[in-house]
Write a protein that binds this ligand. Structure first.
Ligand code: SAH
Length: 459
């Protein structure tokens, strides 16, 4: 190990910044966050840096550096583009055993600044000893996206109750189990959802009852239309956390790959006319896993609350006091439209959009067809493939022009996406003469015309 990582308490300590430009300002922002008193010596100082110095109650000296400025300082950062000055600062500091950082010059540094992920009081520093700063920043970005923004709040909660937990549980093993349950369960989820107050009350009660039991919970998560890049950060986090996952046909294999490796996987897939498991059985299965104290992920294609029967699945959980949360996903309409270059609304072509299920009971759909005729709205039919010709002919019958543009988007957002662009009149015959694979989404309206100029994904 070339460097020993240490964390520096700079609160109320005088620090010297040599230089007044953009890089000095960047360093001053960090010093300011750490509560340091910032002093700057430089002939010219950027306005933002002036402000930071003022906020930190430090001073600016508009002149060139000399060693007298080092007196009483706890840390020195040299951020000038004058190599001579940087060298002089480093030399003077080394003589005084004063920690010094020279920006972009690891050879002159006694301390180096890592790339930082700040979830105070949790702080992560990533350093490459100046060898590969771009790589260090890349890792930082990865961590930034995988550690929820509220993680600091979780650390604060743990610190607030640390003592009372110590008093409630004398054995270290029990304390560890207790904290593991708290940090991996509903209480942590409450904090991460922004309900720190509620979480504190729940934690207090759990301590009072010396409760070591692990409560189960359910995450109803929208996995989007297929492209794993369209998952939300929250979805990915919960996918990594759950011990059991119930998924169906619409969840694409690359997305399933992202679920925790050792999680138990249960396929409850549904396909038109060959339901693998009844909705009632799925609801009961979710409940039963949660009652066993498991963290259960119910992964659904698109958004759970759009033709996803998400409401029914959590109904039974709510009635049985099982904690659950619902994570929205990108619904097929948004995903397919974006990846086909079809804006669902447009100032010139469409003022509203309607999501409609095309799933027909006994081959007929009882719809207010008259309302669908208005030409300034976009219609999106989910599950519309089997009933395609009925949908098209009903719309025409009720007065929608046969030449209204219509698109059938096959396997939207996936690498195999195909865009079948036609008109209301011609689409059924077109589909009959082509091989089309489910899932497909039907988009009808003048916005479909824009596909020819705005398509970017599968040209
Ligand atoms: N909850 C889902 C919809 C479930 S209903 C959502 O919000 O997207 C299932 C229907 O969604 C399918 O029949 C199809 O019409 C549509 N669908 C889902 N994923 C799709 C995809 N990748 N491409 C095209 N259509 C899709």
């Amino acid at each position: 190990m070339d460097y020993l990582p240490l964390f520096f308490d700079l609160k109320g300590k005088d620090c010297l910044l040599v230089g007044g430009g953009t890089i000095a300002t960047r360093k001053a922002r960090l010093l300011n966050k750490a509560g340091a008193i910032i002093h700057v010596v430089a002939p010219e100082v950027e306005p933002e840096l002036q402000l930071l110095v003022q906020q930190s109650k430090g001073h600016i000296v508009h002149q060139f550096y000399d060693a007298s400025f080092l007196n009483g300082k706890s840390l020195v950062i040299s951020a000038t583009d004058e190599r001579d000055i940087n060298q002089q600062v480093a030399k003077d500091c080394h003589q005084r055993r004063l920690p010094v950082n020279v920006v972009d010059n690891p050879d002159l540094c006694s301390v180096i600044m890592p790339a930082i992920v700040d979830r105070s009081p949790l702080v992560i520093g990533i350093a490459s000893g100046g060898e590969a700063p771009v790589l260090a920043r890349k890792i930082r970005t990865q961590l930034e996206t995988s550690i929820p923004a509220q993680y600091g709040e979780l650390a604060k909660l743990a610190s607030q109750f640390r003592q009372s937990v110590k008093e409630a549980f004398t054995s270290e093993d029990e304390r560890r189990r207790f904290w593991e349950n708290v940090l991996n369960g509903e209480i942590a989820e409450q904090v991460l959802s922004g309900n720190a107050g509620q979480a504190a009350a729940m934690l207090q009660e759990k301590i009072q009852q010396r409760d070591l039991a692990r409560g189960g919970e359910v995450y109803l998560v929208g996995a989007g239309p297929g492209d794993p890049d369209l998952l939300t950060f929250k979805a990915v986090r919960l996918m990594q956390q759950a011990e059991v996952v119930l998924y169906d046909r619409l969840v694409s294999p690359p997305i399933l790959e992202m679920v925790r490796r050792d999680a138990e996987r249960v396929y409850v897939g549904k396909q038109r006319a060959q339901h693998t498991m009844s909705q009632q059985s799925i609801n009961e299965l979710l409940l039963s896993y949660a009652q066993q104290g498991k963290r259960v992920l119910r992964l659904k294609g698109g958004d759970p609350f759009i033709f996803g029967r998400g409401g029914e699945e959590i109904d039974l959980l709510a009635a049985n006091n099982i904690p659950f949360q619902v994570v929205p996903g990108i619904t097929a309409a948004s995903g397919c439209a974006s990846y086909a270059g079809i804006p669902l609304t447009h100032r010139d072509h469409s003022h509203s959009v309607r999501f409609i299920t095309g799933h027909m009971k006994e081959g007929d759909i009882n719809y207010p067809w008259n309302e669908f005729v208005d030409n300034s709205q976009t219609l999106v039919f989910y599950m519309g493939l089997a009933g395609l010709s009925t949908i098209c002919s009903k719309l025409i019958e009720h007065g929608k022009p046969g030449d209204t543009p219509a698109a059938l988007i096959e396997r939207g957002t996936l690498p195999e996406q195909k865009n079948h662009i036609s008109t209301l009149e011609k689409l059924p015959a077109y589909v009959d003469s082509h091989e089309v694979h489910a899932p497909t989404l039907l988009i009808i309206g003048n916005v479909v015309k824009l596909h020819s100029s705005l398509n970017w994904y599968k040209k």
